[in-house]
Design a protein. Structure first.
Length: 188
């Protein structure tokens, strides 16, 4: 499993860092400069991390990390078993033509969005999820689904990741088993 953070790299209290610490198979994709997102550079790091894996991976992206994942999947999709794409950032905010990311993702994916995310309007998240062929989960008014929005340890994120891993028949053993209903009740 590969954790793909966005701008500033998902600090210590972020749900991605919590997920990385709680699942032994998780590894973080490290970018050269967390403060200067570049679609081509960041997607190359994602691609290199995928290619370095000896097994198909599940990708867990947040914000700009989702954009880097979508770009990387143009060339390494056969090595990816699934993707969780949380609070994708609006590519226009980074001078990226949105059409560049408008391609169907060739594996199971889940996109999670929020109705009041300052980084991308929910309608745009809906449209992107549809183009990607992703299942879509609306968390309501959950902001950018980051620490500032109250998302440190995030059980739903972990449950979704584990479901993607399970559906891909990957070797991820959860430390606790939650039903999806339980996960929803603990979404934040």
């Amino acid at each position: 499993m590969l954790i793909v953070p966005g701008l500033h790299g998902s600090g210590d209290d972020h749900w991605q860092t919590w997920l990385e610490r709680s699942l032994p198979s998780a590894r973080r994709v490290v970018q050269r400069d967390w403060a200067q997102p570049s679609l081509l550079e960041w997607s190359a790091c994602v691609r290199d991390s995928i290619e370095a894996s000896t097994v198909p991976v599940v990708l867990v992206g947040h914000s700009f990390g989702c954009l880097a994942i979508a770009e990387a999947l143009r060339s390494v999709a056969d090595r990816v078993a699934g993707a969780l794409l949380v609070a994708p950032a609006n590519p226009v905010r980074f001078d990226i033509d949105p059409a560049r990311l408008q391609h169907r993702l060739p594996m199971t994916s889940v996109t999670v969005g929020s109705e009041n995310d300052p980084w991308m309007a929910f309608k745009a998240v809906q449209d992107l999820a549809q183009v990607w062929g992703s299942s879509l989960i609306n968390l309501g008014n959950a902001g950018h689904i980051n620490v500032a929005s109250g998302f440190g340890p995030w059980r739903l994120g972990r449950e979704l990741t584990e479901m993607l891993c399970w559906s891909a028949r990957m070797d991820v053993v959860p430390r606790e088993v939650l039903t999806l209903t339980d996960a929803w009740s603990h979404a934040a």
